[in-house]
Design a protein around this ligand. Structure first.
Ligand code: MN
Length: 232
């Protein structure tokens, strides 16, 4: 059938060392998955089941991007996260089998309108407007499992204008990546090209236009993002 208007171009995540990129299907994010961050958000870091929220695929932008300071917030926060690329379709995946479904890993940011998220929490409303924000899921080039193996430990950190703001270790995830995949695949059939942002360590904070954010996870490519002027 002819199209009434142009379909948007697919969002493609770059793969380090490979020409072919990964078409991004959906973006899932895990809330409060490091104890120190749960505490800074005023919650006990107990093992309540993991919970999820989503972003549109178009929120994903590559390293090197200048992303807008979005409208409707005065408190736009950084959250550095390890990101998992799903490479195989699956439902009801047991944690022990989860690694078979992971194609690669990358460094991402889950940028958040914290004031809108806080208001939503207080009023018992969905988090969408706080979390699903224009260009709010920057992603460094992914590394394939066949090139770097699986990542279950290693330093994760964020520097803002050269100052260390966030630091943690992937080994400190409350819910491991394998367990996250078990839970998430009990809610949705996971598909090739799905991304999972796995949660942020302590040290979230507010950025401002002109800030430069450098995210790192040991063994992966750095993420380099600049905050642009307020969206107009
Ligand atoms: Mn997050």
């Amino acid at each position: 059938m002819n199209l009434l208007f142009d379909a948007p171009s697919p969002v493609v995540a770059g793969i380090s060392g490979h020409d072919a990129g990964a078409p991004v299907r959906r973006v899932f994010c895990v809330g409060r998955n490091y104890a120190a961050h749960a505490r800074e958000m005023g919650k006990d870091p107990d093992r309540e089941p993991p919970f999820f929220f989503t972003k549109w695929a178009e929120a994903v932008v590559p390293s090197g991007s200048t992303i807008p300071y979005p409208q409707a917030t005065e408190d736009y926060h950084w959250e550095i996260e390890l990101v998992v690329l799903i490479g195989k379709s699956g439902i009801h995946i047991a944690a022990d089998d989860a690694r078979d479904y992971i194609a690669g890993y990358g460094v991402g940011l889950d940028m958040t309108r914290r004031d809108l998220q806080a208001q939503a929490k207080e009023m018992g409303r969905p988090w969408d407007t706080g979390k699903n924000v224009v260009q709010s899921a920057p992603l460094a080039p992914l590394h394939l499992v066949k090139d770097v193996g699986h990542i279950d430990k290693g330093r994760i950190a964020l520097e803002v204008n050269g100052d260390l703001k966030q630091e943690g270790d992937i080994a400190d995830l409350i819910w491991s990546i394998d367990e996250v995949i078990e839970h998430l695949s009990g809610l949705y059939r996971l598909e090739q090209g799905d991304l999972i942002y796995t949660g942020t360590p302590a040290g979230v904070g507010a950025c401002k236009p002109g800030d430069r954010l450098i995210g790192r996870v040991e063994g992966l490519s750095d993420l380099d993002i600049t905050i642009g002027p307020r969206e107009a």
